[in-house]
Every structure is written in structure tokens, then in C-alpha cells.
Design a protein around this ligand. Structure first.
Ligand SMILES: Cc1cc2nc3c(=O)[nH]c(=O)nc-3n(C[C@H](O)[C@H](O)[C@H](O)COP(=O)(O)OP(=O)(O)OC[C@H]3O[C@@H](n4cnc5c(N)ncnc54)[C@H](O)[C@@H]3O)c2cc1C
Ligand SMILES: Cc1cc2nc3c(=O)[nH]c(=O)nc-3n(C[C@H](O)[C@H](O)[C@H](O)COP(=O)(O)O)c2cc1C
Length: 568
């Protein structure tokens, strides 16, 4: 850092990219205040060196950290977290600030950020600005821009810095391949997550950076209605992938071809062109925003998120390309951290679920170069699904139970969920005799049945919240087949109508009949005049619930959306 003349380092703890993106934005903005920053992944740094930052004049360590699971750190912050817990180091003189990313609906709201903020101070570091709390259940973008404006003001005041002009600078350099600068196709990425040709040459072990191309064995609709809930079975034979009931399977989806082509049309761009984006900061560990070289079509299809609502910095940067002054002024206003700007952003972008495609359609004079847009858009993330099978019954496949996302927006457009709509079309046998493949990896979870089979369990799983419990019930069915004593197994399920969206009705009925399920309580919210939800059934069964979890020391599990306020 010292040699590069930098005095700000922004660390991120990120699983799905938001904290990493916020870190990059903070680092980029530092130049505006005459500072020079770098972004750092704690997993790739020797955090023992943190104290050395004090040797650099006017230096600050900023942390953007998300919380996961039971208030746990992200994978890339795990080691750093353990280091802090095991004593850390004397950080006297280190100046720091923390922005926490979380979601208020979780019990351990922003636990990691809160812990880090307190722990750094305990180790002697000095807080330059108060902890920021971002709530992903509301408007985390607004939380972040509000916090960072105040953070920078405070830094300017403490370090006696002047606010400079806002400059829009590119982070990556464009390299175009054409007749003058050719590249052979075997050096071009075609959608692989990290390793070139990893899909053509599949090699175990398979994980997040090296997904397994799993064949779709079964794909059917579980609903008897217009809506879709997919039951998909993904093959594992030969992959060496193992799982436990309660684990998650992650799927790398593809964006809808129509949307990809629409962007090409709107920006008048030949999407077959091959290009690379190379980081202008040679010291950065992140050389490219996504695997490069690749074609624009592949970048839009596999690597960038083109369907969620873009963040304000994207709008600010593309405003520069508006040829219509009104469009330019509008984008500048909507991306500004003023009250008016925030309100407009919340209304025009968030409430109306406007994606980048919609924005380019609605503001046709805005035509950013596609490579700049690709630099700004977040990376397309894998989608996680609770595995709805048990390896005891299905060692060679994982089952997924997924509701297909489709909804109408405030601008009368129909938005379709990326992964679920892509999966919906993945029917076995639909690819001219070729196997229909889906890139996946397995993620371990802590969601487990009790170690002792005799321990009774209550499972509350409305809608697709049933998914992991189907795996649990299969597991308990298997134990009973081996004559193991198994405790009470009670399930609460809820959906709209018995005739339409009662998931796995046949299986559940069979498990009640053969005694695997001791009790099955099902709430059909729309089958009578008044609404009945699982929470109403829970309220009616307080005595039995207490008997299981209190007297018999059973376990209670909840998966999916359950408004527990109704129970209190
Ligand atoms: C650990 C874990 C386990 C999961 N398990 C399951 C599971 O078993 N089954 C399952 O179906 N899902 C599960 N999910 C959710 C799943 O990962 C995906 O988020 C979901 O399938 C949608 O993905 P998509 O790509 O189709 O939709 P996306 O393209 O990601 O679109 C979804 C987004 O659209 C927006 N949206 C959706 N509906 C509306 C609406 N009516 N109005 C406005 N905006 C809306 C929301 O912002 C939502 O986040 C799980 C998630 C996690 C983190
Ligand atoms: C499976 C899962 C578990 C989560 N657990 C928590 C939690 O315990 N506490 C919390 O405040 N937020 C929790 N969150 C919310 C994330 O921290 C939040 O969405 C954050 O913005 C993600 O940042 P990232 O994209 O950088 O990973 C959870 C999110 C998911 C998907």
C-alpha cells in the first residue's frame, strides 16, 4: 500500500457481491477527497499487517461486511473473524469505519458489522465515523449512500481535506479483438465461472468456482394452476458431490436471451464481438470484473446482472452519455444523495422494479458504451435452493422445489425471475438428445435434524419452505425402515388452495398413513371465507407444541416466510 501511495484500504466481507460493490465504490470515491484507496479481500490479506497501516499518514481502514446464517461472517471474512476472536493484534492508532450489511428480518441483524465495530475499538483502533447499518429488507442502497456522504464529510473534517470535483473515471481498460487484434476461440470464455474450458473439461472437485454440469433428470410442475412450482431432480453420478438433508444446492443461471438481445439493440452493438476488460490498477488482485476475454453476448448472458434494479452509481455514470439534457438532469437528480433524489430513486427505480433494460428503454437518449455498462453492473449471482431430498434415499441426485418468479411491475411490464424461468425450460430430453445440463455446487448448511433420532421435531414450512423438510422426512422414513426408534415428526404446511398448490400432497399423505409423519397440519389460506395460515394452526396447538419442545426437549424448525407475530 505504502509503495502505491495509498492511504485508504476498503475491506469487504461479501457472499453475493453487495459489500464488495460498496467497497469498490468507496475506494473509487476516495480520489475525490485527495486520497488514494484500494479494495481488499480479507481472505487474500495477512490481517496481522493491519496495524502497519498506522505507519501511513492520514490512513483509514474501512470495512463493508455482511452477516449470514446465525449471525456468521461471510466465507471470505471467516478467517479474519477467527483472528479477531482469538486475540487479533494491538491496533492502537489505526483509524477505521464500518458499514454493516444485513437484513432486519433476521434475528442477528448485522451482527458481524456490529461485532467488528466494537472489537476494533477494543483492540485500540479509533473510529473515524459511526457504524453504518444497511438493511437489505428495505433500501440498502439508500442506507449506504446516506452513510457514505456523512462518512466522507467526517473524514474531510478530521483530516482537513477539501472535496474535489466529481470525476467519472473508468476502472477497467477495454481491449477489443477484431481482424487487427485476433484471438483464438479456445482462449475465449463461453460462460465458465472461473477456469477457461472448465465446462468442456469437467474435473472434480466441484465447488463455487468450478461448478458441476449436472443433468436434469426430472422437471415437473407441482402446481395445478397457472403458476409454476418446479420439482427438479439433478443428477450427481460421477461428480463425487455429497450432501446431507438440509444442505443447499446453488445453480448458476443464464439471463433471458430476449433481454440480452434487447440491450444489444438499444445500444446498437454487435454482441458477437470479443473483448476484455483489464483493471487499470495493476496492484489490484481483481484483474477483470468477470472472466475475460469473452463476447458481449456471453458477458450479458452469464456474467452480469441485467434484471435487478441498478444502484445509484450506475445511474450517475450512465447519465454522462445522455444526449438529451432532460434525461441527463433526471439521472443526475435520481442518483444524488439529496432527499429528493432518494425519494425519486425509491419511487422510479425500486418501486417500479426498473431494470437496466427498462431504464435504457425509458430514457432512449442514454446510450453508454456497452463495455462501460458491463463494468458497472453487478455480477450475476448463483441462486441457492434448499435441497428437498435425503441422500439416504437419493444418493445420486439432489431435488429442488422452486416457485417460478413472475410479476407485473408498476410500468406494466412482466418481470421474470432469472433462474426459475431458465430452469423451467430445462426439460430432460429437450436438447436434441443431448443431456440438459445445469451448473451447480453444493453448499453445506447448519440446518440439520437432531443427532438423536428419538428427539421429536416440529417443522414449520409453508410454501417452498417445505423443501428441506421433505429431505428430513425422507431421512426419518429411512431410519424407521432400519427399525431405529424415531421420535415424533410433526409438520405444519401452508398454501393457498388444497386443489392448486398443495406441494407433494401424495407423499405427505402416504407418510401420515405409514406413521413417518406423526401429525400433519395443513392451512389452506383461500379455501374458506376467512384466511387461515400456519400461524393460526400453531396458535391452536400451543399445548402440543410446548409438550414437544418443552417437556420432551424436541427441536422446532421454521423455513420460508412465517409471520410469527400472528402467534404472539
Ligand atoms: C439459502 C436459500 C435457500 C433457498 N431455497 C429456496 C427453495 O427451496 N425454493 C425456492 O423457490 N427458492 C429458494 N430460495 C430463493 C432462490 O434462491 C431464488 O431467490 C428464487 O428462486 C428467485 O430466483 P430467480 O433468479 O428466479 O429470481 P430473480 O431474478 O432473482 O428475481 C427475484 C427478485 O424479484 C423481485 N420480486 C419477486 N417477486 C416480486 C414481486 N411480486 N414484486 C416485486 N418484486 C418481486 C425480488 O426482488 C426478488 O428478490 C432460497 C434462497 C436462499 C438464500
Ligand atoms: C441465507 C442468508 C442468510 C442471512 N443471514 C443474515 C443474518 O443472520 N443477519 C443479517 O443481518 N442479515 C442476514 N442476511 C442478509 C445479508 O447479509 C444481506 O442481504 C447483505 O446485503 C448481503 O451482502 P453480500 O451481497 O455482500 O453478501 C442473510 C442473507 C441470506 C441470503
Amino acid at each position: 500500500m505504502k509503495s502505491g501511495g495509498r492511504n485508504v484500504v476498503v475491506f469487504y466481507g461479501s457472499q453475493t457481491g453487495t459489500a464488495e460493490e460498496f467497497a469498490a465504490r468507496l475506494a473509487k470515491e476516495a480520489t475525490r477527497y485527495g486520497m488514494k484507496a484500494m479494495v481488499a479481500d480479507p481472505e487474500e490479506c495477512d490481517m496481522e499487517e493491519l496495524s502497519k497501516l498506522t505507519e501511513i499518514e492520514n490512513s483509514i481502514a474501512v470495512f463493508a461486511v455482511a452477516t449470514y446464517g446465525e449471525g456468521d461472517p461471510t466465507d471470505n471474512a471467516q478467517e479474519f473473524y477467527e483472528w479477531l476472536q482469538n486475540g487479533g493484534a494491538d491496533l492502537t492508532g489505526l483509524r477505521f469505519a464500518v458499514f454493516a450489511l444485513g437484513n432486519k428480518t433476521y434475528e442477528h441483524y448485522n451482527k458481524m458489522g456490529k461485532y467488528l465495530d466494537v472489537r476494533l475499538e477494543e483492540l485500540g483502533a479509533t473510529r473515524v465515523y459511526e457504524l453504518g447499518l444497511g438493511d437489505d429488507d428495505a433500501n440498502i442502497e439508500e442506507d449506504f449512500i446516506t452513510w457514505k456522504e456523512k462518512f466522507w464529510s467526517s473524514v474531510c473534517e478530521q483530516f482537513d481535506l477539501q472535496t474535489g470535483e466529481e470525476v467519472s473515471s473508468r476502472q477497467y481498460e477495454l481491449i477489443s479483438y477484431d481482424d487487427d487484434n485476433t484471438i483464438s476461440d479456445d482462449k475465449v470464455f463461453h460462460g465458465e465461472v472461473a477456469r477457461l474450458n472448465s465446462y468442456a473439461n469437467q474435473k472434480a472437485p466441484f465447488d463455487t468456482k468450478n461448478p458441476y454440469l449436472s443433468p436434469v433428470l426430472v422437471n415437473r410442475n407441482l402446481y395445478n394452476s397457472e403458476r409454476n412450482c418446479l420439482h427438479i431432480e439433478l443428477g450427481l453420478t460421477g461428480s463425487k458431490l455429497r450432501y446431507e438433508a438440509g444442505d443447499h444446492v446453488a445453480v448458476y443461471p443464464k439471463n433471458d436471451t430476449n433481454l440480452v438481445e434487447r440491450i444489444g439493440q438499444l445500444l446498437e452493438m454487435d454482441l458477437n464481438k470479443v473483448f476484455a476488460l483489464k483493471n487499470l490498477d495493476e496492484d489490484s488482485s481483481k484483474k477483470h470484473p468477470f472472466p475475460c476475454p469473452t463476447s458481449y453476448k456471453t458477458a450479458l448472458t452469464f456474467y452480469t446482472d441485467i434484471t435487478s434494479t441498478p444502484r445509484t452509481h450506475v445511474l450517475k455514470e450512465i447519465s454522462e452519455y445522455a444526449t438529451n439534457e432532460e434525461d441527463k438532469a433526471f439521472l443526475k437528480k435520481i442518483s444524488s444523495p439529496t432527499d429528493e433524489g432518494k425519494q425519486l430513486y425509491a419511487e422510479w427505480v425500486i418501486k417500479n422494479c426498473r431494470s437496466i433494460v427498462h431504464i435504457l428503454e425509458d430514457l432512449p437518449s442514454v446510450k453508454p458504451p456497452l463495455d462501460h455498462l458491463l463494468e458497472l453492473l453487478p455480477r450475476l449471482q448463483p441462486r441457492y435452493y434448499s435441497i428437498s431430498s435425503s441422500p439416504k434415499l437419493h444418493p445420486d441426485s439432489v431435488h429442488v422445489t422452486a416457485v417460478v418468479v413472475e410479476y407485473e411491475t408498476g410500468t406494466n411490464r412482466v418481470n421474470k425471475g432469472v433462474a426459475t424461468n431458465w430452469l423451467k425450460a430445462k426439460l430432460p430430453g429437450s436438447d436434441n438428445g443431448h443431456k440438459v445440463l445445469v451448473p451447480i455446487f453444493i453448499r453445506r448448511s447448519q440446518f440439520r435434524l437432531p443427532a438423536k433420532p428419538q428427539t421429536p421435531v416440529i417443522m414449520i414450512g409453508p410454501g417452498t419452505g417445505l423443501a428441506p423438510f421433505r429431505g428430513f422426512i425422507q431421512e426419518r422414513w429411512h431410519m424407521r425402515q432400519s427399525d431405529k426408534p424415531v421420535g415424533d415428526t410433526i409438520l405444519y404446511f401452508g398454501c393457498r388452495k388444497k386443489s392448486e398448490d398443495y406441494l407433494y400432497e401424495e407423499e405427505l399423505t402416504k407418510w401420515v398413513a405409514d406413521g413417518t409423519l406423526t401429525k400433519l397440519y395443513a392451512a389452506f389460506s383461500r379455501d374458506q371465507n376467512h384466511k387461515i395460515y400456519v400461524t393460526h394452526l400453531l396458535k391452536n396447538n400451543m399445548k402440543e407444541i410446548w409438550n414437544i419442545i418443552g417437556d420432551k426437549e424436541g427441536h422446532i424448525y421454521v423455513c420460508g416466510y412465517v409471520d410469527m407475530d400472528v402467534v404472539h
